[in-house]
Design a protein around this ligand. Structure first.
Ligand code: DOR
Ligand code: ZN
Length: 350
């Protein structure tokens, strides 16, 4: 049995750092273990232009602890008025690594997102031309579609038609939660390597029973919502397969406890603090510790055409369970750290 593991420093290819007091509290949590992260642009107002991304990046850098080795990889929030020339300039400058598509109304701060795809075709065509990836929040928002079916319906009615219309567009299916998502990503990746999918830590651990049985668990509520067990198992097989189509995007999404434990609670699990030990546990359970590095440190970098990180982190396993902080404190209130509901014996060596 392996009791220690050294990996290239991981990248988190889907992260919410927020702004202001929350940014100050959570940025050090990601910088501790991760080398780089794709930073989500769903602030209020959204990070929609190159100038906004530049300013947000500066605020992130200022929030990092002294000496932190952490590079935020910026994204732009796609709106129906996004200017293709601004996107191209942001890409050419090296600042922006992706554009994020939120179907309007799909999740936290997505009301400025896309309703009519015809309006964003000029931007998407430019992105296809320059090789800039589109990160998709892959859920339809049509009220008639059941929330548990929204990902599969998005693939059939939005993503697949879009990829047929623009086969050169590079797409990341963010935080997939279904066996349909797993299968579509593999099929597309095998055909031309212009499709990939991120998988979160929490979706490898939770099914919808964890969320709903024995009382509603607001800290397990996220979007896309956790699905039934067969889907979680499909995600586990995908993540632990080592296949280049799948890589880590934690979707670590802090909200204060007051907003989570609420009559209309916010979506998001905060996993930045303990993701790497949790993933070591999951991969060990599935006999795939030797493929953890592909998932956290190689596949994502390769898709984003970045060199893998040279620095390393080490994880160690002890007989005693690791104690993670139950909450981190921020001036915006306490934030609950994701509790997997089982003992974890791995920890990152400081
Ligand atoms: O659970 C989620 N939280 N899913 C998202 O898509 C957005 C995120 C957030 O920003 O809170
Ligand atoms: Zn997200």
């Amino acid at each position: 049995m392996k009791n220690s593991l050294t990996l290239r420093r991981p990248d988190d290819m889907h992260l919410h750092l927020r702004d202001g007091a929350m940014l100050a509290a959570v940025a050090p949590e990601s910088a501790r273990d991760f080398a780089r992260a794709i930073i989500m642009p769903n602030l209020v107002p959204p990070v929609a232009t190159m100038a906004q991304a530049q300013a947000y990046r500066a605020r992130i850098m200022a929030a990092l602890p002294k000496g932190a080795q952490f590079e935020p990889l910026m994204t732009l929030y796609l709106t129906e008025t996004t200017d293709p020339a601004d996107v191209e300039a942001a890409h050419l400058s090296g600042l922006v690594k992706a554009v994020k598509l939120y179907p309007a109304g799909a999740t936290t701060n997505s009301h400025g997102g896309v309703r009519n795809f015809d309006k964003v075709m000029p931007v998407l065509e430019k992105m296809a031309e320059i090789g800039l990836p589109l990160c998709t929040h892959g859920e339809v928002t049509t009220p008639e579609v059941d929330i548990f079916d929204r990902e599969a319906v998005f693939i059939d009615t939005v993503l697949d038609p879009l990829r047929r219309r623009l086969p050169q567009l590079r797409v990341v299916m963010e935080h997939i939660t279904t066996e349909e998502g797993v299968a579509y990503a593999a099929q597309g990746a095998n055909l031309g390597a212009n499709l990939a999918a991120t998988i979160t830590t929490h979706h490898l651990i939770l099914n919808r029973n964890h969320l709903l049985v024995g009382g509603i668990k607001p800290h397990y509520y996220c979007l896309p919502v956790a699905k039934r067990e067969k889907h979680r198992l499909a995600l586990r097989r995908a993540a632990t397969s080592g296949h280049a189509a799948y890589f880590l995007g934690t979707d670590s999404a802090p909200h204060s406890d007051a907003l989570k434990e609420h009559a209309c609670g916010c979506a998001g699990c905060f996993t930045a603090t303990n993701t790497m030990p949790l993933l070591a546990h999951v991969f060990e359970e599935d006999g795939a510790l030797d493929r953890l590095e592909a998932f956290t440190s190689l596949n994502g970098a390769a898709f984003y055409r970045l060199p893998p990180n040279e620095a390393r982190i080490s994880l160690v396993k002890s007989a005693q369970a690791t104690v993670f902080p139950p909450k981190i404190q921020s001036e915006a209130g306490p934030v609950t750290v994701f509790d997997p509901g089982f003992a974890v014996h791995w920890r990152v060596q400081p």
